[in-house]
Each structure stands twice: as structure tokens, then as C-alpha cells.
Design a protein around this ligand. Structure first.
Ligand code: NAD
Length: 460
């Protein structure tokens, strides 16, 4: 597939300056918001077809999230885009300096299948707010959503401004051979590495929003029933196919049985005795992932759940206990409705275990003791953290959301998203009425005088 001509048209459109005025950006964001409302029914139907998301869940985790990003961007755009005045040193007097956020130009946004609308459009909102043109590459594993999204985009935006490219790994690899001014990738760590390698020849700046095994730690002093309910919600939302879902639980031995009982009760309360019949419980995206997830059932004792049906891609919310550390389910990101619950006695065991593991996207701690909280925050790294909750740190637009190490780098949401799609350009405007002589040769000052002078002249 050859993208060169289409991308050249987009680059030319960017270079025409059309996307730079704030009025243009606002108008596009308003158009996107209205289009999401107009296309709500087909988008919800597509999300149900791809992942059996209920309309309620699809609105809460996809369309509603994008609309919130649009509202925040519209409210704060003027402030975000305003140049930031900076003091300049006396040495360059009478200059003035500032930092001006500039659009990168043509950006590529590659999305995964688990929140196929949210994870393409929330970055797009930031890209538009920052004044860029964009190419969207939806996941081939959520084809209904990809088609519904393309229909929306074609109706809403000129192809020179925002285009959509369909396809799988080969198409994505072809896109990566082209030059973009910024790449924003959400997906697996494995593919993230390929994206970074693809960006290297062009030195394209990249944001990588990747996955990993997000641990949940439940200490003996935590409100155990509340912890179980919140973990059950965050884990089994979208049938566990959520990048920030708790991947496994480390529970302190004394409260283990109470925690397991509460977890099971929460699952029964949420989805009933047969989750297959619950409108709020999703399905696995495809047969390959289904087979992978079912294979994990052999990795421990099934404490709850385990029922599955390949014809429906249904796997019940499942709790595993007695899982050995070298089991496959403890090596790979689970990304499905299987929750291993492991025990610990002492917090130092937890710290050394997590320090030895890849840095996760999120870390969850349930504890009342602030010293424990400070110890975990200081000694265990992660992209983000929730204390006494799960997932809530990435809800809304006020906290930046992103990973660290194997879970990626860079962040977005709200202001952080605008910054992710902006180059912070430093500008210095020099005056002409003064021209300090120190810089020009021949130099007459001694080093001693220079040292003394610079203390004053370079004062920050
Ligand atoms: P994936 O990495 O398999 O695919 C993501 C996207 O990359 C798809 O659009 C795919 O077509 C494309 N792609 C495939 N090969 C490519 C290549 N060689 N070069 C460029 N692009 C390529 O991920 P997935 O299975 O769609 O999603 C699941 C993963 O995404 C999980 O690891 C999950 O944790 C992660 N994830 C992270 C976040 C986050 O915000 N950090 C959010 C959701 C999902």
C-alpha cells in the first residue's frame, strides 16, 4: 500500500497554516462532538458487535470519555496555547523570551482494539487542539468500530485534515516507513518496540501507551470488602480487556480468605450466578485470545468461575489461587477475565517481587497506613498509582495518564494531551538599542572577572 501521495496532501494542508488558528481548532472539536452525538447509535452498535459492550458501558468508557476530552480542550484551549513568558539573563539584555506551543504537523495515531473508539479519539482531540493534522490507524481486531469510525470521520473532516487507514500489522508497518512529525501509539509492549524502531530513521518523537501486569496489593488493614468490590469492578470491566485492569492481587495472608469470599460475592452481585446472561459482561475479542486465556485455567486452582464457551468467546469471571510464580499466567499480561490471587506475609516481599518485575502501567495499593503508602510509592515504580481504588487515576482529564519503562513513556489526557502533541518552542527576541560588548573578541577580561560577572549576568 502506498501512502505517500495522501500523506503529502495532508502535509501540504498543514503547511498551508489552515489548522493553526484557535478558532479553526475549536470548530473542529465542536464538529467532532456533534458527530459523536449524531453517530451514537451506530457507534454503540459497533462496540456491541466487536466486544459485546453494553450501551451503558460503551458510553461511559468510550464516547463519554471523548466528549469529556473535547469539553476540557474547548474550555482551556486559549490558556494552553498561550505563550509562556520566561525571564532572560542580563547577559542577553534587553531580550525578551517565551515558550510557544507549536503543532508538530502531521501525526500518526495507532490504536488497539479494547477501547477502540476512546483510544483513537481521545488522542485525536489533543492532536486537533494542538493544531495538527492526523492519520488514524484503528485496530483490525475491532472491525465494526473501525468502519463506524471511518464513516464518522469522512462525514466530519476533510481527508487532508484527518484520514483513516485500515489494516493490520503490514499496513501499520507500511505507515511507519513514512515520515510523520509525531507518533502516538497505544498497544502492546512488543509492538511498541517495533513502533519506536520504525520512528528512529526519521527521528520522529513518539508517545508509547503500552500494557503490562498491573498489581493490586491488599494489606491487612485495608477495608477488605471495599477493596474486593473495587478490584472486581476494575478487573472484570470489558471482560478484563483493559490496560489498567488489576492483573493480579497480592493479599496479606491474614485477610486472604475474607478477601476471596468478598471478591466472589461482588462477582455474584455484579453478574449473577451465570455471567453469560448478564448484559454487563463482555466477550473475548477473538479465538486466539480466548484459547490463550482458557489455557491459564491450568495454572492454578479455580476458586470461582472457569466456565467457558468457545462458540460465544465467553469466559466467566475467574479467580485463581495457588498459582506458582513461574506459571504462564504470572509471566504474561493476562488481559482477560482471569484474576490470580497470591498471598504475602511481609511488605518487603511485595517490594522485592515488584522491583524485579517490569514497570507496570498502574499500581494499586489498598492500605490505611500512610507509612506503608509512602514505602510503596517510594520503592515500587509504575506509570500511575491509585491508593484504595483502581483505574480512577485515569478517569477524567486532570491527571496525566501514561506509562514508564515497559509500560511506555509520555502521557496524555487534558493539558498533558495538548502538550504531547505540541513542540515547546523557545523564542528569544533581541532588542537593537543595546549591544553589550563582552561577547565580542578580542577578550580583555580576566577569567577571574569573567567568573564574577557571570554570577550576575547569568542569574536565573
Ligand atoms: P497490539 O500492539 O497488538 O496492536 C495495537 C495496534 O498496533 C493495532 O492497531 C495493530 O494493527 C498495530 N500494529 C500491529 N503491528 C504493528 C507494527 N509492526 N507496527 C505498527 N503498528 C502495528 O495491541 P492490541 O492487542 O490491539 O492491544 C492490547 C495491548 O494494548 C495490551 O498490551 C494493552 O495493555 C495495551 N493497551 C495499552 C493502553 C494504554 O493506554 N497504555 C490502552 C489499551 C491497551
Amino acid at each position: 500500500m502506498n501512502f505517500t501521495a495522501a500523506l503529502a496532501a495532508q502535509r501540504q494542508y498543514f503547511q498551508s497554516g489552515a489548522t493553526r488558528p484557535l478558532a479553526f481548532r475549536r470548530m473542529q472539536l465542536e464538529k467532532l462532538s456533534a458527530a459523536l452525538d449524531r453517530h451514537e447509535a451506530p457507534l454503540l452498535a459497533a462496540l456491541a458487535a466487536d466486544l459485546r459492550k453494553s450501551a451503558y458501558q460503551a458510553y461511559a468508557t468510550e464516547l463519554g470519555v471523548v466528549q469529556a476530552e473535547i469539553r476540557t480542550a474547548l474550555k482551556h484551549l486559549t490558556r494552553w496555547a498561550t505563550r509562556l513568558r520566561c525571564r532572560t539573563p542580563w547577559l542577553v539584555a534587553p531580550a525578551r523570551g517565551w515558550v510557544q506551543p507549536e503543532p508538530f504537523g502531521l501525526v500518526l495515531i495507532i490504536g488497539p482494539w479494547n477501547y477502540p473508539l476512546n483510544l483513537l479519539l481521545a488522542p485525536l482531540v489533543s492532536a486537533i487542539a494542538a493544531g495538527n493534522c492526523a492519520v488514524l490507524k484503528p485496530s483490525e481486531l475491532a472491525p465494526h468500530t473501525a468502519s463506524a469510525l471511518t464513516a464518522l470521520m469522512r462525514e466530519t473532516f476533510a481527508a487532508e485534515f484527518v484520514s483513516v487507514v485500515h489494516g493490520g500489522a503490514d499496513v501499520a508497518a507500511g505507515l511507519l516507513r513514512e515520515r510523520f512529525d509525531k507518533i502516538f501509539f497505544t498497544g502492546s509492549t512488543r509492538v511498541g518496540r517495533a513502533v519506536l524502531a520504525g520512528a528512529a530513521p526519521h527521528l520522529t518523537p513518539v508517545t508509547l501507551e503500552l500494557g503490562g501486569k498491573c498489581p493490586a496489593i491488599v494489606c491487612a488493614d485495608a477495608p477488605v470488602e471495599l477493596a474486593a468490590r473495587r478490584i472486581a469492578w476494575g478487573k472484570f470491566l470489558n471482560a478484563g480487556q483493559t490496560c489498567v485492569a488489576p492483573d493480579f492481587v497480592l493479599v496479606q495472608r491474614g485477610v486472604r480468605d475474607r478477601f476471596l469470599a468478598a471478591l466472589k460475592n461482588s462477582l455474584l452481585a455484579f453478574y449473577g450466578a451465570d455471567a453469560r446472561r448478564s448484559a454487563d459482561y463482555g466477550r473475548i475479542v477473538n479465538a486466539r485470545h480466548f484459547a490463550r486465556l482458557v489455557s491459564y485455567l491450568r495454572d492454578g486452582k479455580v476458586f470461582h468461575g472457569g466456565d467457558n464457551d468457545a462458540t460465544e468467546l465467553y469466559l466467566a469471571p475467574t479467580i485463581l489461587t495457588d498459582v506458582p510464580p513461574d506459571a504462564a499466567v504470572m509471566q504474561e499480561e493476562i488481559f482477560g477475565p482471569v484474576l490470580p490471587v497470591l498471598e504475602f506475609d511481609d511488605l518487603s516481599e511485595v517490594v522485592s517481587r515488584l522491583q524485579a518485575a517490569a514497570t507496570p502501567l498502574a499500581l494499586y495499593l489498598f492500605a490505611q497506613n500512610r507509612t506503608v503508602e509512602e514505602k510503596i510509592l517510594a520503592e515500587v515504580r509504575s506509570g500511575g498509582v491509585c491508593v484504595n481504588d483502581v483505574i480512577s487515576h485515569m478517569i477524567g482529564t486532570s491527571l496525566p495518564f501514561g506509562g514508564l519503562g515497559e509500560s511506555g513513556f509520555g502521557a496524555y489526557h487534558g493539558r498533558a494531551g495538548f502538550d504531547a502533541f505540541s513542540h515547546q518552542r523557545s523564542v528569544l527576541r533581541q532588542g537593537s538599542w543595546l549591544d553589550l560588548p563582552f561577547r565580542y573578541p578580542p577578550q580583555r577580561l580576566s577569567i577571574t572577572t569573567l567568573k564574577r560577572a557571570l554570577k550576575f549576568l547569568l542569574r536565573g
